[in-house]
Design a protein around this ligand. Structure first.
Ligand SMILES: Cc1cc2nc3c(=O)[nH]c(=O)nc-3n(C[C@H](O)[C@H](O)[C@H](O)COP(=O)(O)OP(=O)(O)OC[C@H]3O[C@@H](n4cnc5c(N)ncnc54)[C@H](O)[C@@H]3O)c2cc1C
Length: 510
C-alpha cells in the first residue's frame, strides 16, 4: 500500500532544479546545519528531466538537443565533480561552431566573421552595422522588443541574413513579439571597429564567450551526469515513477499517482508552472486559485522541441568533421541547429566493430547492402522548433531533416544511415514574450506568499535567461536556502547579475 508521510520540504521533479534542491538539503544535513526532512518525487522512472539521453535500438545516444556544460557557479562545479570525480569521466572540447549562410560556413559569432560571406552579403552586413552605430550615438532609450534590440546591436543586414530568420526558427515566434529584458540591461553600440578589423585582416574570430571550451561526460550522454548526481544522494529520499497529480494548498497535501499523500510545510515545484496551476483547486477550497493567477499562467508561452538523431556509417566529411554545433538560419533545413554529437564522446556511437544493417541512404535509396556491416560510425543531432506560430509536419520531419543535411553539405546523398531517432519534448523552450514578465510577476509571488510553493527551474520560473543546467540546479539550491534561512535567491530574481560574467551569446544558445 502506498504510504502517506509528512516532510518539511517536498520537491517535485528530479531534473537539475529538483536535484539541486535535494543536494543542498543533503549537504546541510551532512554539515549538521539542518535536520529538515525532505522527499523528492519524480513522475518518470529516471531522473534528469530535460537533461536526459535516449539510446536507439542500434546503440546511438541522443540528448534532448545540444547540451553542453558550462557554469557560473562553483557549487554546481563541485556537485558535478563529486558525482564524476575522475579525469576520465569527462571530455573537454574547444567549441567549434559555425553558421550556415549563403551556402558557406561562417564562424560563430557571425558578426565577427562576415569576411567569410560572399562580397554582396558583406556589404549588406557592413551597411547595417554602420547605420546601427550611427543610431546608437543619438538614440538613448532602450529597445522595446527583441527585433529592435537586434537592429540596434547588429543592423538590418545581419538582422535579415541571420538574426531574424534564425531566431524565428529557434523560438517559433517573430522577433517583434519577443521582449529583450532577457538579453540584459545594456544596449551596447555595435563593435564596428573590431568587425571592420576582422574583415580587413580576414582572421577568423571564434574563440569567444563562456563556452569557448566546454565539458561533456565520457559516458551516458548528459543523462550520465544527472544519474551520477542522484547516486550521491540518499536513495530513500527520492521516489521515481510517482507524479504529483493534485495539490491541496489549504491542508498542504500533495496527492500522488500511486495513491500516496504527502503532507508538506514548504514545496519546491520544478514542473511547468502552467501545469502546476492546473493541479491546484479552482473552487471549494480555502485557497482556490484566483482567476488573475490562472489567466497569468495561461499567458506564458512555450515551444516544443523536436530532436532528430541520425546515425551514420563512415566518417563525417572533412568540412564538418571537427565541428561541435552549427546554426541554420535559412529555409534549406527545418532545423535551427545541428550537433555533430559523436564528436563529444566516443561512447555516443556503437564501436567500430559493431555490425549494423544500413536502413537507407540519405537520398532515400534502399541500400544495395542487405547484410550488416562494420563501422566506423558517427552521428548528427538536429533540433526543430514547433509552436502555435510555427506548425510542423511531424510525420515528414525526419525525411525533411535528412534532406536538410544533404542540402547544406552535412552529409552526402549516398551516405549510409544506420539509425534514426525522433522524439518531441512538449515544453522545450520557455518563450520570452512581451508579456512574460508581467505573467511571472503575478504567478510566482502568489504561489510563494500564499501557498508556500517555490516554483523554480526552466519551466517552474519560466526565465530562459537562467534556464540552463547550472542555473536550474542553483535555483533549487537557492530555494532551499531561502526557505531555511531567508537567503535572497539571486538566480531567479537577478538573472543579469548572475550572468554578468557571460555575454550576449545567450541569444543564440540553448
Ligand atoms: C533543446 C535544449 C537544449 C539545451 N541545451 C542546454 C545546454 O547546452 N546547456 C545547459 O546547461 N542546459 C541546456 N538545456 C537546458 C536544460 O535541459 C535545463 O536547464 C534543465 O533540464 C532544466 O531543469 P529543470 O529541473 O528546471 O526542469 P526539467 O528538466 O524539465 O525537470 C522537471 C522534472 O519534473 C518532472 N515532473 C513534471 N511534472 C511532475 C509531476 N506532476 N510530478 C512529479 N514530477 C514531475 C519532470 O518529469 C522532470 O523530470 C537545454 C534544454 C533544451 C530543451
Amino acid at each position: 500500500m502506498p504510504t502517506s508521510s509528512e516532510v518539511k520540504i517536498l520537491i517535485i521533479g528530479a531534473g537539475p532544479t529538483g536535484l539541486g534542491a535535494a543536494k543542498r538539503i543533503d549537504d546541510l544535513h551532512k554539515q549538521g546545519l539542518t535536520s529538515a526532512s525532505y522527499l523528492l518525487l519524480e513522475k518518470m522512472e529516471e531522473p534528469g528531466g530535460l537533461a536526459s539521453t535516449d539510446t536507439t535500438p542500434e546503440g546511438f545516444l541522443f540528448d534532448v538537443g545540444g547540451h553542453v556544460i558550462f557554469s557560473h557557479y562553483s557549487y554546481f562545479d563541485q556537485a558535478l565533480e563529486q558525482a564524476l570525480p575522475k579525469d576520465a569521466d569527462w571530455f573537454t572540447h574547444p567549441r567549434v561552431s559555425y553558421v550556415r549562410s549563403h551556402n558557406t560556413w561562417v564562424a560563430y559569432p557571425y558578426q565577427n566573421n562576415i569576411f567569410q560571406l560572399p562580397p554582396e552579403a558583406q556589404v549588406k552586413a557592413i551597411n547595417g552595422l554602420v547605420d546601427a552605430y550611427a543610431q546608437s550615438i543619438v538614440v538613448q532609450q532602450k529597445p522595446t522588443n527583441f527585433d529592435e534590440w537586434i537592429i540596434r546591436h547588429m543592423g538590418s543586414g545581419i538582422a535579415d541574413m541571420f538574426m531574424r530568420p534564425y531566431n524565428y526558427k529557434v523560438w517559433g515566434i517573430p522577433t517583434p513579439l519577443m521582449q529583450c529584458n532577457w538579453l540584459g540591461e545594456r544596449v551596447a553600440a555595435p563593435d564596428l571597429k573590431s568587425v571592420i578589423s576582422n574583415l580587413i585582416r580576414k582572421k577568423e574570430a571564434g574563440n569567444w564567450g563562456p563556452n569557448a571550451t566546454f565539458k561533456f561526460p565520457a559516458h551516458g550522454g548528459t543523462h550520465g551526469v544527472w544519474k551520477a548526481v542522484v547516486k550521491t544522494l540518499p536513495q530513500d529520499k527520492i521516489k521515481l515513477g510517482t507524479a504529483v497529480t493534485r495539490i491541496d494548498p489549504a491542508d498542504k497535501i500533495a496527492y500522488c499517482s500511486d495513491g500516496s499523500e504527502i503532507k508538506y510545510e514548504k514545496c519546491i515545484s520544478t514542473m511547468g508552472v502552467d501545469r502546476l496551476v492546473d493541479i491546484l483547486p479552482t473552487n471549494s477550497n480555502a485557497k482556490a486559485t484566483p482567476e488573475t493567477v490562472r489567466n497569468a499562467a495561461k499567458g506564458l508561452v512555450y515551444s516544443t522541441t523536436h530532436v532528430i538523431g541520425i546515425g551514420l556509417r563512415g566518417e563525417a566529411c572533412p568540412e564538418v568533421a571537427n565541428m561541435c554545433w552549427m546554426y541554420f538560419p535559412e529555409d534549406n533545413t527545418p532545423f535551427y541547429r545541428a550537433t555533430v554529437f559523436s564528436n563529444y564522446s566516443s561512447n555516443l556511437c556503437p564501436q567500430k566493430g559493431t555490425k549494423l544493417k544500413t536502413l537507407r541512404q540519405a537520398d532515400g535509396n534502399n541500400t544495395h547492402y542487405t547484410e550488416a556491416r562494420e563501422g566506423p560510425y558517427w552521428s548528427l543531432m538536429l533540433e526543430v522548433c514547433e509552436s502555435a506560430h510555427k506548425p510542423v509536419n511531424r510525420s515528414t520531419m525526419v525525411e525533411e531533416a535528412i534532406q536538410g543535411c544533404v542540402n547544406t553539405g552535412l552529409i552526402k546523398a549516398s551516405d549510409d544511415i544506420v539509425s534514426t531517432y525522433h522524439r518531441n519534448f512538449d515544453h522545450g523552450y520557455p518563450t520570452p514574450t512581451l508579456n512574460r514578465d508581467s505573467c511571472i510577476a503575478v504567478v510566482l509571488p502568489y504561489l510563494q506568499k500564499n501557498l508556500d510553493i517555490w516554483s523554480r527551474g526552466r519551466f517552474g520560473a519560466w526565465k530562459y535567461e537562467v534556464a540552463n543546467q547550472d542555473h536550474s540546479f542553483m535555483q533549487g539550491v537557492e530555494a532551499v536556502d531561502n526557505i531555511l534561512y531567508g537567503t535572497p535567491e539571486l538566480t531567479v530574481n537577478n538573472p543579469d547579475w548572475v550572468n554578468s560574467h557571460t555575454n550576449n551569446e545567450r541569444n543564440f544558445k540553448t
